[in-house]
Ligand binder design. Structure first.
Ligand SMILES: Nc1ncnc2c1ncn2[C@@H]1O[C@H](COP(=O)(O)OP(=O)(O)O)[C@@H](O)[C@H]1O
Ligand SMILES: [Mg+2]
Length: 369
């Protein structure tokens, strides 16, 4: 079947021993050839999802499908999946060639085939000529590439990467982000990458699944998730946000900090209590007269590209502003923002309901263009 999901989770629950479930009826579908990221705080179940896909553990309830076939009980070594582990799990007593060749030797491939495949895999990760190097002589970034070569040499349909960059320093990490993204495009293999770092997820992914408390909170492209977070957790976890409580007076009119503002959000009940997000880069520093909000500057940090300015309104809400303009600590200033900068979130909305409501915006009725 064309366009069939390569991996699908249907109501997958995972419980270890008698602990509360780590995953609670998780559903998702992974399409072939894309770069996916599982993003969430430590302990939210990211590694558990990878282990379920790889076959290192089984679901307590629900089903896992691979190319449309149920694989709950297919052993790990029979799955078309390879994992790059967090600590790389390279064999320290084997050289680079033998580390990459390991799986092929187990499969008892011919010597010449193994040589050709290992050479090709090493070339893919820019390690031509490193065959006889010892693992201990390789840098962190090179070890990372050996681990990836060892995964791709088996020509799996899916590569799982469990926080592979978290041990690297910032500069190398950024380089490896580019390399991995580029490698995925060249190979055309499905990558499922795990990180707790939201910037990394935004930079690398075609699709992000945001996980928390055993559930996928939201899935979508980096821009979808950044621009239209479904709830406070996602808004807070992905990028920096100002989140205040508010009330939808009616569609397209929201009240925050005791004042009413035009917005582009609709599909709410009259006077429904909501949460309102405005991103720091969407707030503009202006005069008190022109300001939609009046705030006092509490502190200011220079971040290289912009100033990060923290302000408080008269109700005690903090407003974080990213601005190329400087402010003076202690001053009263105005903050200006466009109606589009306001993003209204409904309490307890499911992803299905949320998507439906958002689709109605884009279907459009001429408002807020
Ligand atoms: N083999 C196991 N036995 C018992 N509990 C486990 C096991 N593996 C993971 N857990 C628990 O499941 C939760 C999720 O773990 P994990 O999937 O590793 O999270 P993440 O990778 O997002 O940090 C944690 O509370 C962890 O302690
Ligand atoms: Mg983990």
């Amino acid at each position: 079947m064309a366009n069939q999901s390569i991996i699908q989770f249907k109501n997958v629950t995972k419980q270890y021993d008698s602990d509360p479930p780590v995953l609670k009826s998780v559903n998702f579908a992974i399409e072939r050839g894309k770069f996916y990221t599982l993003l969430g705080p430590s302990g939210c179940g990211k590694t558990t999802i990878l282990r379920l896909i790889a076959g290192f553990t089984q679901p307590s309830e629900g089903d896992i499908f691979f190319n449309g076939e149920k694989i709950n009980h297919v052993p790990a070594n029979k799955r078309q999946v390879n994992t790059v582990f967090q600590d790389y799990a390279l064999f320290p007593h084997l050289n680079v060639f033998e580390n990459v060749a390991f799986g092929l030797r187990i499969k008892k491939l011919k010597k010449e085939t193994i040589e050709a495949k290992v050479k090709e895999a090493l070339s893919f990760v820019n390690l031509d000529g490193y065959e006889t190097r010892e693992i201990r002589e390789m840098s962190g970034g090179q070890r990372q590439r050996v681990a990836i070569a060892r995964a791709i040499v088996n020509e799996p349909e899916v590569i799982l990467l469990d926080e592979p960059l978290s041990a690297l320093d910032l500069k190398l990490r950024t380089e490896m982000q580019y390399e991995l993204r580029e490698l995925q495009r060249r190979l055309g293999i499905t990558f499922i990458f795990v990180t707790h770092d939201q910037e990394e997820a935004l930079a690398m992914s075609d699709e992000i699944f945001v996980l928390n408390e055993g559930k996928i909170q939201q899935s979508g492209s980096p821009t979808d998730i950044y621009d239209e977070p479904i709830n406070r957790f996602v808004a807070d976890f992905i990028g920096e946000s100002n989140i205040v409580s508010g009330k939808m007076i009616h569609d397209y009119l929201v009240e925050i900090v005791g004042r009413q503002f035009d917005c582009v959000d609709k599909g709410f009940n009259p006077n429904e209590l909501v949460e309102v997000v405005i991103r720091p880069e969407d707030l503009e520093i202006t005069s008190v007269e022109r300001g939609k909000l009046i705030v006092r500057v509490d502190s200011q940090l220079f971040r290289g590209v912009h100033y990060e300015i923290s302000c408080y309104d008269q109700n005690g809400n903090e407003w974080l502003v990213h601005s190329t303009k400087k402010a003076a600590v202690g001053d009263e200033i105005g903050l200006y923002f466009e109606p589009e900068a306001i993003h209204v979130m409904r309490f307890g909305e499911t992803e299905e309901e949320f998507d439906k409501r958002l689709e109605a915006y884009t279907a459009g009725d001429g408002h807020g263009e």
